[in-house]
Design a protein around this ligand. Sequence first.
Ligand SMILES: Cc1cc2nc3c(=O)[nH]c(=O)nc-3n(C[C@H](O)[C@H](O)[C@H](O)COP(=O)(O)OP(=O)(O)OC[C@H]3O[C@@H](n4cnc5c(N)ncnc54)[C@H](O)[C@@H]3O)c2cc1C
Length: 147
Amino acid sequence: MWPAAAELGVGRGAGWRHPAPLVQWGHSEEEQRTLRARAQRLAEWGHPCRSADPGELSALAPGVDPASCRASELVVHDDAAWYDAPLLARTLLDRAAALGADIRYDSPVTALLRDGERVCGAEARGRRFEADHVVNCAGPDAGHIAA
Ligand SMILES: Cc1cc2nc3c(=O)[nH]c(=O)nc-3n(C[C@H](O)[C@H](O)[C@H](O)COP(=O)(O)OP(=O)(O)OC[C@H]3O[C@@H](n4cnc5c(N)ncnc54)[C@H](O)[C@@H]3O)c2cc1C
């Protein structure tokens, strides 16, 4: 488990994390070779994945038609999970707020404050926020904001 996981409720049934084994197979010999090589690399990094007999498919993924798999082996990532992204974002924001973050919604940044070459804050909704560090994490709009 990664260090912050326990803080975010992993291991105590975090509502945003839904364990579900990830099962992969290749449709051609080359795809199978690629998957096998990747699984080996991930395993070397400590990620739990294993190869399994296609006979396990119905138990691992009951919704999948076993006839759709003609591969000679499966790659199974037993610890995989899908994340409920909005709930995870809420959990992270709540945790940040509990640690003292001041979170402002509906406050699009419209300008960066500068002290010479240094960025020293941001302006949003006509308010100036001065800061020692500014992180531009506006996704696809980050370039626009930086420009
Ligand atoms: C359909 C789709 C499926 C995806 N599936 C996966 C997946 O399964 N797994 C995976 O790892 N990745 C997936 N990705 C990629 C992943 O969503 C992005 O890599 C990730 O969201 C980037 O995170 P980010 O925080 O950099 O940017 P974003 O998530 O884009 O967040 C940027 C935030 O900045 C805000 N913002 C923008 N402009 C301003 C402004 N002026 N002032 C203040 N705030 C502003 C935006 O409202 C937004 O909340 C998927 C992407 C898409 C489009």
